[in-house]
Design a protein around this ligand. Sequence first.
Ligand SMILES: Cc1cc2nc3c(=O)[nH]c(=O)nc-3n(C[C@H](O)[C@H](O)[C@H](O)COP(=O)(O)O)c2cc1C
Length: 223
Amino acid sequence: MGNSILNTIKERHCKRAFLDRPVDREVIERVLTVASNAASSKNTQPWQVVALDGNTLNVLRDLLLKKHDAGDFDGLDYTYTLDPEPDTFKARARDCGYKLFELKGIGRDDVAARKAHGRLNWEFFGAPVVLFFFLPAGAERGNFLDMGQFLQNVMLGLVSEGLGSCPQVSVAAHGKTIREHLGLSDELWLVCGLSVGVPDTQALINTYVPTRLPLDHYFKWAK
Ligand SMILES: Cc1cc2nc3c(=O)[nH]c(=O)nc-3n(C[C@H](O)[C@H](O)[C@H](O)COP(=O)(O)O)c2cc1C
């Protein structure tokens, strides 16, 4: 494929292991600046982003791990998906999880190992930088749609800078704690986190690419 944008889209997959190498703040700022060219309805640009690195991130990491281990979650600020969730969605999510565990050599009944994998979310997979994406409290579907454009631009921009990332709704289950840590008010909803760093190309987990549905499963020309 000669088209560099299509190649970058294909190249972007979640990275869940990072090198112990800092990321230049200037790179993050450049990516976020370019990402803001995302489309949003009437150019409302509803997103807010807070980045953490160094000690600020380490303190939060420790705090969230403590809360996670105590089973103490604040709960998501918003409802993520349909309730009840369609069986097709559930099946794809299960398949995504099973295949990832298979790659890591974790058996389907190995609850402890599965939990240990889940816990890596609150360690931000060892990333040196984490971005938190916020919307105004009470945000509606359209605002989330706009945020999605922006988030994808950020992830693609990071790829173009040789960086990898993993979006994480899991960490948003600690929205209140994270807001308090950052000195933010309840007027913002935490949509998700994004762990960012130089991907560890030797890490098996970073080879994981969940399969995609063929085009005819989600597209047709109108007759
Ligand atoms: C909004 C959003 C939230 C996500 N939350 C998590 C998460 O909490 N933990 C995680 O490991 N992956 C998370 N993911 C990554 C998805 O599992 C991943 O995008 C999907 O399996 C497709 O894989 P790929 O992005 O590597 O192509 C999230 C993705 C999105 C878009």
